[in-house]
Design a protein around this ligand. Sequence first.
Ligand code: PMP
Length: 360
Amino acid sequence: MSRVYNFSAGPAVLPEEVLKEAAEEMLDYKGTGMSVMEMSHRSKAFEEIINEAEQDLRDLMGIPDNYKVLFLQGGASQQFAMIPMNFMKHGVADYIVTGQWAKKAFQEASKYGKANKIASSEDKTFSYIPDCSDLPISEDADYVYICENNTIYGTKYKELPNTKGKPLIADVSSCFLSEPVDVTKYAMIYGGVQKNIGPAGVVIAIIREDMITEDVYPGTPTMLQYKTHADAKSLYNTPPAYGIYICGKVFKWLKKMGGLEEMQKRNEKKAKLLYDFLDQSKLFKGTVVEKDRSLMNVPFVTGDKDLDAKFVKESKEAGLENLKGHRTVGGMRASIYNAMPYEGVEALVAFMKKFEEENQ
Ligand code: PMP
């Protein structure tokens, strides 16, 4: 068996320990004589899996009791519609557009009410986070929406926007559990798990209880109402059971590693190694304003498309996979999520040094 260093933006690298454990339990989960894939979501064994997963996530993030934790489906993209359908009570919401995913969420919300783009960084190809200390928040806004870590462009909010008392909703798909978080600052935190937590197919939404009501956009399908899933403890219908099981294992792995403080330390150390190299390189260049750099997604370029392509090809041959930048921006991008070991970033930097010497 040979595993590569996988720098994919998602689905992405998972802790090897978790994968091994899942492999060991594949045919017979804890004496049940079946795989988690094969068991009823109403069984006692699965009930324990989902309850433990929720409790471990609550412990890791310090989620207060007045927040629901929901395991949903439909990808993060489905939330782009569910959020306005459930929360645009007055038909107005403010969006800060810092990348493709925030833009998609903004466009989707426009179908259900008046979505206001109150700030954007599109003028400079989303390479920075706008100043959000005094934005023109709409008086009747039902919420303010952000994408906290911009997977494609490699930016991250270092400070949350001043929402002037309006509920804050954040897509944290690509920075989920990468550092400690004060849940009380948000009305809702959500993300697809396929970057930092588990296999694609699960979306986790953490929502303050008072946000969840029956007063939703007319015609909203039962499956797209948060209340449906909150009332049924994520078991209204068959949930993505195997995915939730793997998420649960990752939560236990994170706890064992020392929790989110420790993950932040590790992530800062990994990102520093790569950014320090980029800052002194004569060939490679980071594309993001220094103060807004993400710890998770690091885009960089050589400035020469052919050389970028050569780098992607040769790095793959060296066992460094998925370094090609997003199809909309080109260049390269290294996603260095929780499960990417320090050694993986060391191997990447060593390869970049060698490539730079060979391509002066
Ligand atoms: N939000 C962010 C920040 C993302 O990076 C992505 C995708 N990778 C999405 C939303 C969309 O996720 P999904 O493919 O699960 O719908």
